[in-house]
Design a protein around this ligand. Structure first.
Ligand SMILES: [Zn+2]
Length: 272
């Protein structure tokens, strides 16, 4: 990536009629640069549509993969289904001309963190191997998660990326904040970026896939997403830290107002 791009989580609310093809065109008209395809329930783009999207999209495409993924499942059927789901979403994103795919990789289910890490590593290696056989090179990203029951704190996602090729973290800054109640100041955001650079070099900061929105949280972490102005999310200092580190990549606003906060990010970032 040449710069930091800003995008929507799915089809902008102002898309008429609301479908994916119109959505990627609408993103461009709004002056935004990226759109995350929401494959969270299923891969809702077929092969034919993927080709049309590839032809007409003038923005960078990412995808949020299925929620029904748990690479650390104790049940073999669920583990294999998770791998198949991830491969199918990554493949379809690639057919759309997309760049980076993200999932919540799994759950601890009260097991030691080290054990869960090894299970997840084994699973994602299988995903990456299957994709390599088909020459599919989109980034495969574990998202930093917002709930304490979900695998995926910052250190775990960095370690996984160090150990498996084609994997980089997707940094959800709102989730990092919700997990701890901290990570909401200029210095803390800079510390996250410094940890990423230390662990993974400039590659991760030149290819950052990040999420941010307002967020409501409690003792166990994330409760629900909010629009930025209805939350305590200190996004202005986040944008300043991203600029100071010369971060390139894609920042997706995951606020309920969809394009509203993506446009707000882009405007604020250009004024720093
Ligand atoms: Zn997510």
């Amino acid at each position: 990536m040449n710069s930091l791009l800003f995008g929507t989580p799915g089809i902008p609310l102002s898309t008429v009629p609301a479908n994916t093809l119109n959505g990627v065109k609408r993103v461009k008209v709004l002056g935004l640069d990226a759109m995350e395809l929401e494959f969270v329930h299923n891969v809702n783009v077929n092969e034919e549509l993927a080709l049309e999207i590839k032809k007409s999209a003038e923005v960078v495409l990412t995808c949020h993969g299925q929620y029904y993924v748990n690479l650390a499942s104790n049940e073999p059927a669920k583990y294999h289904a998770s791998i198949n789901r991830m491969v199918s979403a990554a493949k379809r994103l690639s057919e759309c001309g997309g760049w980076s795919a993200v999932w919540h990789f799994g759950f601890y289910l009260d097991r030691p963190k080290e054990k869960v890490f090894e299970l997840i590593k084994k699973g994602v290696k299988e995903v990456v191997n299957q994709l390599a056989q088909e020459n599919i090179s989109v980034w495969i990203r574990p998202e930093t998660t917002g709930k304490m029951t979900q695998w995926g704190d910052l250190q775990e996602t960095i370690k996984l990326a160090q150990e498996v090729e084609q994997v980089l973290p997707c940094i959800d800054f709102s989730h990092l904040h919700a997990r701890s109640g901290k990570i909401n100041s200029f210095d803390e955001f800079k510390d996250v970026l410094a940890q990423l650079e230390k662990g993974l070099g400039r590659t991760v900061l030149d290819n950052l896939h990040a999420h941010c929105s307002g967020i409501n949280y409690g003792a166990k972490g994330e409760l629900n997403h909010l629009n930025l102005e209805d939350s305590d999310m200190n996004y202005r200092d986040l944008l300043k830290a991203l600029k100071e580190f010369k971060v390139k990549g894609v920042l997706i606003s995951e606020s309920p107002n969809v394009e509203g906060d993506a446009l707000l990010f882009k405007r604020e970032f250009s004024q720093i």
